[in-house]
Design a protein around this ligand. Structure first.
Ligand code: PMP
Length: 305
């Protein structure tokens, strides 16, 4: 799938034509997955471009590399400015996805990565609408387990980690469903390949804890806060596999997926195959917030211009 990339990218501190931003074939990250990335959304409301939770994304960006002593040789302010800058440079006037990433560069074949290993940083962007059908998608538990802290840190948003997501997605598609659900090393529900999961049971909003190897998603955090503000009982606890199919509602959260209802789980209809009331409320709240229609959450938006 070729992306409709914008004309300019940001590469090691400079704007460059996308087609001119190239790297050597010896780049360490290509061989060993030593790359860190973020996915950020910016929303065009007809007048302004609002970046959703930019500070949180930039913080996680740096933190991911720290697990592996991979250096991000730009300050948080420089990265934030570059994210805003790439939108300005490309004169973006539609909602878009922004992908900052850094990676170990020309570092030979050594597996001893240290803080002094050379790194490169880049940011690209492309127009982006819905990742999934917002009327709801089908999902199923796959046989591959989510990797855990027993092998590699699940909180590091690193290229190599996504092999687990890729193999889970392949199995889900072979099984004829839209999205995979991975169980953790104990057999409890962890998350989807690129999204966190929430279930609704008896008006309680429940999501797996980080100890179930779920990524500390920024959208997950937003939903927890919005839920609490709406006086919904929000609980982080382990979710058993069998609980999924007796849930009143299920939805996924993520920067790309936003809030996506799951209307069928392991071929069992959830809420008669329709998005539930809590899910719909969360979708509406999220849309209002990112479109700057809810003043209570404007601190989550950075106006690029
Ligand atoms: N889990 C995984 C594995 C992901 O890749 C993502 C996407 N970043 C998420 C959850 C959702 O995180 P966020 O809401 O921060 O995009």
């Amino acid at each position: 799938m070729k992306l409709p990339l914008s004309k300019y990218v940001w590469f090691d501190g400079k704007y460059s034509l996308t087609k001119k931003a190239t790297i050597p074939i010896t780049t360490h990250a290509i061989h060993y997955g030593t790359s860190i990335f973020e996915g950020i959304r910016a929303y065009w409301n007809g007048e302004n471009l609002n970046i959703f939770r930019l500070d949180e994304h930039v913080k996680r960006f740096r933190k991911s590399g720290q697990f592996y002593d991979i250096s991000l040789n730009f300050s948080d302010q420089e990265i934030s400015d570059a994210v805003i800058g790439i939108c300005k440079k490309n004169k973006i006037k539609e909602s878009c996805y922004i992908r900052p990433f850094y990676f170990v560069g020309d570092y030979g074949i050594s597996l001893h990565v240290t803080k002094s290993a050379p790194t490169n940083v880049a940011i690209f962007t492309f127009p982006f609408g819905d990742l999934f059908d917002k009327n709801g998608i089908t999902a199923g538990v796959v046989s591959w387990r989510k990797f855990s802290d027993m092998s590699t840190p699940p909180q590091a948003k690193m290229g190599g980690n996504y092999l687990n997501s890729i193999i889970a997605t392949q199995e889900a598609k072979r099984n004829g469903v839209d999205e995979a659900i991975l169980l953790d090393h104990n057999g409890n529900v962890s998350e989807a390949p690129g999204e966190n999961i929430f279930i609704v049971r008896n008006n309680q909003l429940i999501t797996p804890p980080l100890s179930s190897s779920a990524l500390e998603g920024i959208t997950r955090d937003a939903i927890i806060k919005i839920g609490k503000d709406l006086d919904i009982d929000v609980v982080e606890r382990e979710i058993t596999r069998s609980e999924l199919i007796i849930s009143d509602e299920i939805f996924l959260t993520g920067t790309a997926a936003e809030i996506t209802p799951i209307i069928s789980m392991d071929a069992v209809k959830i809420n008669d195959g329709k998005p539930g009331d809590v899910t719909k409320k969360m979708m509406q709240e999220y849309t209002n917030i990112v479109m700057r229609k809810n003043q209570d959450y404007v601190h989550w938006l950075t106006e690029a211009y």
